[in-house]
Design a protein around this ligand. Structure first.
Ligand SMILES: Cc1cc2nc3c(=O)[nH]c(=O)nc-3n(C[C@H](O)[C@H](O)[C@H](O)COP(=O)(O)OP(=O)(O)OC[C@H]3O[C@@H](n4cnc5c(N)ncnc54)[C@H](O)[C@@H]3O)c2cc1C
Length: 459
């Protein structure tokens, strides 16, 4: 594996070398029966990091126990096998390891190792190009990719795996804040540079906020931490407990209101038997895509407007120790949670003054030394800050997915253009399929989609 000169034509090009792109590359390398040229085009090397797994900080752990994080459904213990071979886990029993929330950097290392194994055993040739794709244009014989380096690549098949587009800080003046005053939650080195006594505001109260607080704690932070979001809902923890044994299939025939009512009932019933509500959520996890697809369009819209915040904290849970640490900092009074809508961010001397409105539209002002943008990922296609996506939408090669979120895709993942025509040579994997699938972000979804995309590309 090495970065080399761009070939003129290749059989398959993968745009994006995060977890999804690497899983697709592994599927292609493993499935190839004869020599072919496979390109992975990714500006940020080494591969397999993306936003989630780029962190090298120990306190940034997976949100899922190691035993459930295999990249390959046919080898469910594969991530465990990888971890067991590392000196760091020599003394840990396999059972303990399966239940552990390990640092996310191990996951990037795991995917890179499996990629290397696949390269070694494949007749296909992997070439990595350190560049960003600016435009994609299907032609008669091949799809043309224009790179930011000025080069063009022609590919017979393309897998689009560009992943998460981060939201900008939603405040007037934010873009003019000096370096070190406005920090992106995924800028892991910058988080490490926040002075220990600084008062910090974190905008957003989800998983990136939890990461940020964990890093501040690990750095011995002593200043105040203000967390502000529109609903002020903190992520909820995983819990150990017996599985819930209700039949979730009837939910598929219900409308949104009935489903929510039924789930609350199942949770209450489970609680009466000392089974945590988390087990009730786990029961529907494998069918979330079907649940989304069987909602009416209006109910999907209601879900996005009224339910999504509650869904997120119940579905995307954090490790119990991470939650315990959050609550401890909150109970000590160092972390204050504010329900409000940020409006302005202005540098004044050594401080940043944040202007917001609280839930009753009263002014809320905070003065801090720096502000961390933890507002998460953008779902609306038109607002995504990725020039490639803007080109796809602007040229009609792609169109926004249902409700304007993500890109529109066929059931097999093929891109759909502005006229509704399916382009089978371009397969989409990952969070861009959110409008069609809703649940299209975590490793179980990515690995399934990557496997299908690999099969299609090799066909
Ligand atoms: C903080 C965090 C923690 C998570 N933890 C877990 C977990 O514990 N368990 C779990 O199952 N899931 C987890 N997830 C969800 C999921 O595994 C990740 O979101 C995963 O990183 C998604 O991978 P991806 O490849 O689709 O996207 P990304 O990781 O966003 O990678 C996309 C890649 O595409 C590249 N790219 C973008 N545009 C272009 C372009 N124009 N040209 C070329 N390259 C481009 C980017 O540089 C990037 O490297 C987590 C997500 C986050 C954000």
């Amino acid at each position: 594996m090495s970065a080399i000169d761009t070939p003129q034509v290749c059989e398959i090009a993968i745009i994006g070398g995060g977890a999804a792109g690497v899983l697709a590359a592994i599927g292609i390398l493993r499935g190839a029966r004869s020599p072919l040229r496979l390109l992975v085009i990714e500006p940020s090397l080494p591969l397999a990091r993306g936003v989630a797994y780029a962190t090298t900080r120990e306190e940034h752990v997976l949100n899922v126990p190691a035993g459930k994080m295999s990249g390959f459904p046919e080898q469910p213990e594969d991530f465990l096998d990888f971890l067991s071979g590392l000196p760091a886990f020599e003394a840990v029993s396999r059972e303990q390891l399966a239940a552990r929330f390990v640092s996310r950097s191990y996951y990037a290392a795991y995917l890179r190792q499996r990629l290397q194994d696949a390269v070694d055993g494949s007749p296909a040739q992997l070439e990595i190009i350190a560049a960003r794709v600016q435009s994609l244009q299907p032609g008669d014989d091949a799809v043309r990719l224009q790179l930011d380096s000025g080069r063009a690549v022609m590919a017979r098949r393309v897998i689009l795996a560009v992943g998460n587009a981060l939201r900008p800080l939603p405040a007037r003046g934010a873009s003019s804040l000096p370096a070190g005053k406005r920090i992106e939650a995924w800028d892991y080195p910058a988080l490490g540079d926040i002075p220990a006594n600084a008062d910090v505001a974190i905008i957003g109260s989800g998983l990136s906020m939890a990461d940020t607080v964990a890093s501040l704690q690990a750095n011995g932070h002593r200043g105040r931490i203000h967390v502000m979001s529109r609903h002020a809902l903190l992520p909820l923890p995983h819990a150990k407990g017996a599985p819930a044994d209700y039949d979730p299939e009837p939910l598929l025939a219900m409308n949104l209101r009935q489903r929510l009512h039924a789930l609350r009932q199942h949770a209450a019933e489970a609680a009466s038997r000392d089974i945590p509500w988390q087990s009730v959520m786990e029961r529907i996890r494998p069918m979330v895509q079907r649940l989304w697809q069987t909602l009416s369009f209006d109910d999907q819209r209601r879900f996005l407007r009224h339910v999504v915040r509650y869904w997120d904290i119940h579905r995307h849970r954090i490790a119990a120790p991470v939650y315990a640490q959050l609550k401890e900092v909150q109970q000590q009074g160092r972390l204050q949670l504010h329900r409000g809508r940020l409006e302005t961010a202005v540098a004044e001397g050594a401080c940043v003054c944040l202007g917001a409105q609280d839930r009753w539209r009263r002014p809320l002002q905070l003065e801090v030394q720096c502000v961390v943008n933890a507002t998460g990922v953008e779902m609306r296609a038109q607002a995504m800050r990725n020039p490639l996506l803007q080109q796809l939408l602007g040229s009609g090669v792609g169109r926004a997915g249902p409700h304007g979120i993500g890109l529109d895709t066929a059931p097999d993942g093929s891109l759909i253009d502005a006229d509704g025509v399916v382009e089978p040579r371009v397969q989409v994997v990952g969070s861009l399929r959110i409008g069609s699938l809703w649940e299209s972000l975590a490793i179980p979804d990515l690995r399934a989609q990557a496997a299908i995309a690999a099969t299609q590309a090799l066909r």
